[in-house]
Design a protein around this ligand. Structure first.
Ligand SMILES: [Zn+2]
Ligand SMILES: [Zn+2]
Length: 376
């Protein structure tokens, strides 16, 4: 018997290496020497050696035996020569790791899958967004094949029960490995888990059971939507590939800007031009609203910072329908020039504002009325 290499040396780990370090070293070495990848003549021998070392060191009991008695301690135990010759029986390179390390994530369940969500964009004029509207949107979505009604088979033919799994969609795989015999349930490779196979595929969908179609869909858009909102239309998305529910259609809303109004939540903002005489003397002005006009009383002494609220003339809340307000802020307009007469009156007014004068208020009022006549 040729002298055997120390198992720790084979894996290149110290004698006190923890389990996960041994496992990592094994994966690395097994990959290096796997005969599928390494064509050197001694690779096969080294691969076996690595497997044998791991087989012993990964098992706490065997490792203890080995530590105490060396190779003699583990010889003749399970996983001897038979196992180490057995790699030919493994599948491809990926399989060996999947079966040894239990790639749990790789074992999916094949229940009905929900179709995918799709999106469409809608641009709305300001008023339509405020009061709700209807639209037709064009979508390009996956639907059940119109020719085979989703079965994927040509007319007159039916899917055949899979011979490999007898319609179960799953197979039990047993593997003889160096670590013993493993048995696991896997997706049937013959039918990809479906349980049936299509022998005569539908000419329209080539057996997929689905096709892509352009559709125009009428949609109701609720009052009060705003840019950035999404409206969901349940089950108007892609069809499920295997009999599950269709996905949703999401409408992404963009609302055009308005000529006069700005939106702040459910309130509308409007800037009302007010001349300085109107602000001083007070007046009543017409304010535009979404439905027409509103009359707004501008009290005497209105300031450039004044803001007025017209209740209930804003935008309906998208859920409750309760309307916001129309908020009117004053945009005080100061004349950019004055002719001779205007100038004379204004100078007179400026004199009246000097604190020495008596009965200023009454005179100012009279003068302002004059100025108003001249300016308006
Ligand atoms: Zn099958
Ligand atoms: Zn079809």
């Amino acid at each position: 018997m040729t002298s055997k290499r120390d198992y720790y040396d084979v894996l290149g780990v110290p004698r006190n290496a923890p389990e996960d370090e041994i496992r990592r070293a094994y994966r690395r070495k097994a990959m290096d020497y796997h005969p599928d990848r390494n064509k050197r003549p001694d690779a096969e021998q080294q691969f076996k050696e690595v497997n044998e070392a791991y087989h012993v060191l990964a098992d706490a009991e065997k490792r203890t035996q080995y530590d105490r008695f060396g190779h003699a301690g583990v010889n003749g135990q399970a996983g001897g020569a038979r196992g180490f010759d057995g790699y030919d029986g493994f599948g491809g390179f990926g399989d060996i790791f999947d079966s040894f390390f239990g790639d749990v994530s790789g074992r999916r369940r094949r229940g009905p899958q929900r179709g995918r969500d799709i999106e469409a964009k809608v641009v709305l004029p300001f008023e339509e967004a405020a009061f709700g509207t209807e639209r037709e949107v064009e979508v390009n979505r996956i639907e059940r094949c119109s020719q085979c009604n989703g079965s994927g088979t040509a007319p007159g033919s039916v899917p055949e029960t899979c011979h490999t799994c007898r319609g179960m969609g799953q197979v039990r795989q047993s593997q003889h490995t160096v670590f013993g015999n493993f048995s696991q349930v896997a997706e049937c490779p013959g039918c990809k888990g479906r349980g049936t196979n299509i022998t005569h595929p539908c000419s329209n969908c080539h057996g997929h059971g689905t096709e892509r179609r352009k559709r125009r869909i009428a949609v109701k858009i609720p009052a009060g939507v705003e840019s950035g909102m999404q409206v969901r239309l349940s089950h108007e998305g892609d069809s499920s590939p295997n009999g599950g529910q269709a996905g949703n259609l999401y409408l992404s809303i963009t609302v055009d800007a308005h000529e006069f109004f700005q939106r702040e939540g459910d309130d509308l903002l409007y800037e009302l031009p007010v001349s300085f005489t109107q602000a001083v003397l007070g007046t009543e002005l017409e304010v535009p609203s979404l439905e027409g006009t509103e009359n707004l009383k501008i009290p005497a002494g209105t300031q450039p910072t004044s803001r007025f609220r017209i209740r209930g003339k804003g935008i309906p809340h998208v859920n409750s329908g309760r309307r916001g307000d129309l908020l009117v802020s004053v945009k005080l307009e100061v004349p950019t020039s004055a002719d001779a007469e205007q100038r004379k009156l204004l100078e007179e007014l400026a004199r009246l504002y000097s604190p020495a004068e008596e009965d200023v208020a009454g005179k100012q009022k009279g003068l302002f009325d004059k100025i108003k006549d001249v300016f308006d």
